[in-house]
Design a protein around this ligand. Structure first.
Ligand code: SAH
Length: 209
């Protein structure tokens, strides 16, 4: 169930759906997604679908992870990224080797603790973790070349715009539950340019710790 054939089938599906970046496709092929879900669900880990990971949270669908990573990296390479909504760390693991450093924020401490250990076990060391409220971003290490948000706020958090470097990109699902728009926001110095990347469904970006 974790065979090369199963993983290649997933990669082919993403190519068919329009993912073009070789670097991103390689990461989808190489990151062992079955280690991010409960053993009971491991047989479904290479299906292109979101799955529950406990504590009311989900692991994102591979297509969406690939799409967001590709959109983020279209603007720059090898730089510093802020991630909001670490969850099980699958998106973090896909992105980590493609950038210099990831600062990641998750509000559920228990999830964060497990994820930190999981990514260490996978020899991923360029990630710094913070249990906290993603609405605040992480100003200490900003501004960031890229910001990727994997939970949906109803409106764009102002603090995230403030922490986006000139030329930087913010990839974020925006809207109420069940009807969100994946959005790319580019900091053009004198204004923010907004582009829609299509409909998505994420858990809400909850307010407060
Ligand atoms: N990135 C994950 C999916 C995360 S699901 C993956 O690759 O599979 C969304 C995550 O956002 C959940 O873990 C949830 O706890 C977290 N979250 C929700 N609101 C938050 C907030 N205000 N600050 C930080 N994390 C938040």
């Amino acid at each position: 169930m974790t065979s090369a054939r199963t993983r290649n089938r997933l990669v082919q599906r993403l190519i068919d759906q329009g993912i073009r970046s070789e670097a991103v496709l390689n990461q989808i092929r190489n990151v062992p997604r079955h280690l991010f879900v409960d053993e009971a669900l491991a047989s479904r880990a290479y299906e292109d679908t979101a799955l529950p990971i406990g504590l009311g949270q989900t692991i994102s669908q591979p297509y969406i992870v690939a799409r967001m990573t590709e959109a983020l990296l279209g603007g720059f390479q090898g730089e510093v990224v802020l991630e909001i909504g670490t969850g099980c760390g699958y998106q973090t693991a896909v992105l980590a080797p493609l950038v210099k450093k990831i600062y990641t924020v998750e509000r559920i401490h228990e999830l964060m603790r497990k994820t930190r250990q999981r990514l260490r076990d996978l020899d991923i060391y360029n990630v710094q973790y913070r249990p906290g409220d993603g609405w605040e971003g992480w100003s200490k290490y900003g501004p960031y070349d890229g910001i990727i948000v994997t939970a949906a706020p109803p409106t764009i958090p102002e603090k995230l715009l403030q922490q986006l470097a000139p030329g930087g990109r913010l990839i974020i699902p925006i809207g109420e539950q069940g009807r969100q728009e994946l959005t790319m926001i580019t900091n053009k110095n004198d204004h923010f340019q907004q582009t829609s990347l299509g409909a998505v469904s994420f858990v809400p970006l909850v307010h407060g710790k």
